[in-house]
Design a protein around this ligand. Structure first.
Ligand SMILES: [Ca+2]
Ligand SMILES: [Ca+2]
Length: 285
């Protein structure tokens, strides 16, 4: 879906004077947040739709010379649209959104989704950033520690109750092209805190746009999702469980080839694309 920016310009319901005052107050309080007029989308942004919300990246910039997602054009801001209103969040020059997907998930369980994205600092690499969608603005809700080194990235897996505790957590593979550290994070505002990790997995190929080399499934039907993803090197496919807060490799199956894509999981069946063009069905159990 492509969002027509001109069509989606901000509209303000009456009373205009009251809202204008609120807008001025918001701009003073939150210098990174503005209601926008003309916006430029990131060329390869996805457009996320979740209920009444639509979200995407804007402000293409070349200020971070990395190119892990296939080009060296990253996002300097993001937009959430709701009820005909655009809310805009723009980063200062020390960081970019090194991401193509604005994830929307309710991690604090208040009924309103939060924004979960990859924020990369020019000097110290990537971390997970979470933002709250308020009535008239987007505000920072928390961040994980950045990797600590420029040009070190992470790729989120998803947001779910991975441990079975009832608490939504964020799963991500930190440095998927190096250590491949699959980690769980919980929201402990204003921090996004690592809970547990297991190394040796990947969910991205350097220089490609595909964010979905990992998938969620509930392979054993216990209503706690497992994570399906390749091991580092992409020559085997694993299922990882974090049930009970402990990482466990449920299965690991060798693949006759190098994995380059992973379809959404259907039941107990996975389908992978291989670097030589073949597709292969994989029974997960
Ligand atoms: Ca929420
Ligand atoms: Ca399960």
């Amino acid at each position: 879906m492509t969002v027509n920016i001109d069509r989606a310009r901000t509209t303000f319901p009456a009373p205009k004077k009251l809202l204008l005052a609120a807008l001025v107050a918001m701009i003073v309080a939150q210098p990174c947040v503005t209601f926008a007029g003309s916006l430029v989308q990131l060329p390869d942004t996805e457009v996320t739709e979740a209920g009444e919300y639509v979200a995407y990246f804007i402000d293409p910039t070349t200020r971070y010379d990395h190119g892990i997602l296939g080009d060296k054009i990253e996002a300097g801001g993001l937009v959430v649209e709701r009820d005909g209103t655009q809310l805009v969040y723009r980063l200062p020059d020390d960081a970019v959104f090194e991401d193509r997907r604005v994830r929307l998930a309710d991690i604090d369980r208040d009924g309103v989704p939060e924004i979960i994205v990859v924020k990369s600092y020019i000097s110290c690499g990537s971390g997970i950033a979470v933002y709250r969608i308020c009535d008239y603005s987007i505000v920072s809700f928390g961040e994980s520690n950045a990797v600590g080194i420029a040009h070190r990235w992470l790729n989120p897996v998803g947001v779910a109750d991975f441990t079975g505790s009832g608490e939504p957590m964020i799963a991500a593979v930190v440095t998927p092209h190096v250590a491949g550290s699959l980690r769980l994070y919980r929201f402990n505002g204003p921090d996004i805190v690592e809970v547990v990790r297991i190394d040796g997995f990947t969910n991205h190929i350097a220089g490609t746009q595909n964010l979905d080399l990992s998938r969620l499934t509930d392979i054993d039907g216990d209503r706690v999702p497992e994570i399906v993803l390749p091991t580092v090197g992409r020559r085997s496919l694993a299922i990882v469980s974090f049930k009970g807060g402990r990482p466990r490799i449920v299965t690991r199956q060798a693949i006759d080839g190098k994995i380059v894509s992973l379809d959404p999981i259907r039941g107990e069946n996975a389908s992978v694309g291989l670097s030589d063009g073949r597709r292969m069905a994989v029974m997960l159990r």
